[in-house]
Design a protein around this ligand. Structure first.
Ligand code: ZN
Ligand code: ZN
Length: 263
């Protein structure tokens, strides 16, 4: 079954305004039998988004309308394709209570969801590590180097797997090696396979699912999926369930590198 479990939408404040219908029609054309819209959930209202435009998550006022819209489309297209109502929820250290509260509200209408780490905490401030190479490299200096940054990222992903976020906690972990996004900008070769194995093993043991995310292949400083191919193979070898995710922020990104990842 061909499935894309990670798709953004016109509700994404930093994505394109490509319509839901265009995404869905392209998915049907590409023979996907199932897709999940996983828009960035609103960030906790007491969390200050560190990105300049403060546009990492959906506006809280848009949540209901987003969920309703996807629910209607699901009905409308049900003869042609299975559409799941989803969210990509941020795991932010220190904001577990707020995140759980959001999940308690949205959870009953969700079919599917992803838990992702984009923000890292250091010295009581938060940095969005996938925003730009400048921000990333500067943050690496602050934390004591690229290797330390990798470890901070993986430690945070491990915490996200352990976090108590209630009964609607997402079962899929988003792009667990997003910290590789600027690997060709820093140019260091970090031996982190054992850390990634640690994460995948924990996911398998605790019944989580991997977002095998192709977006990194198109990023000029990354050129590999999240996690890298040999780690996707490793996940298969330990029978960790895998769901392909294009992480499309525009219709043209749908399906990107599907054959590479799902071969
Ligand atoms: Zn996004
Ligand atoms: Zn993400």
């Amino acid at each position: 079954m061909k499935k894309d479990g990670h798709i953004h939408s016109p509700f994404c404040p930093h994505g394109t305004k490509d319509s839901f219908e265009k995404y869905i029609e392209k998915a049907i054309e590409l023979n996907f039998s199932e897709i999940t819209f996983t828009e960035h959930a609103p960030l906790p209202t007491n969390f200050v988004d560190p990105t300049p435009e403060k546009d990492s998550g959906m506006l809280p006022k848009d949540l209901t309308s987003y969920l309703e819209t996807v629910k209607e489309l699901k009905q409308q297209y049900k003869e042609q394709i299975t559409i799941k109502v989803g969210l990509e929820v941020d795991y932010i250290v220190g904001y577990e209570t707020e995140t759980r509260a959001l999940l308690d509200i949205a959870g009953p209408v969700l079919d599917d969801a992803i838990l992702s780490v984009h923000f890292l905490k250091h010295n009581d401030t938060y940095t969005c590590i996938d925003f730009s190479d400048e921000v990333y490299l500067d943050f690496a200096k602050q934390v004591g180097g690229v290797e330390a940054l990798y470890n901070l990222y993986y430690d945070t992903v491990l915490k996200s797997i352990d976090a108590k976020l209630g009964r609607f906690k997402p079962r899929r972990i988003g792009h667990p090696t997003l910290v590789h996004k600027f690997q060709l900008a820093h140019g260091e070769k970090i031996q982190d396979d054992s850390r990634i194995v640690e994460i995948l093993t924990k996911m398998q043991e605790k019944g989580y699912v991997l977002d095998a995310n192709s977006a990194g292949l198109n990023k000029p400083f990354c050129k590999e999926p999240y996690p890298p191919m040999h780690m996707i193979e490793y996940a298969r070898s330990i029978e960790l369930p895998i769901v392909f995710g294009s992480d499309a922020h525009s219709v043209k990104d749908l399906h990107q590198h599907y054959e590479t990842i799902m071969k």
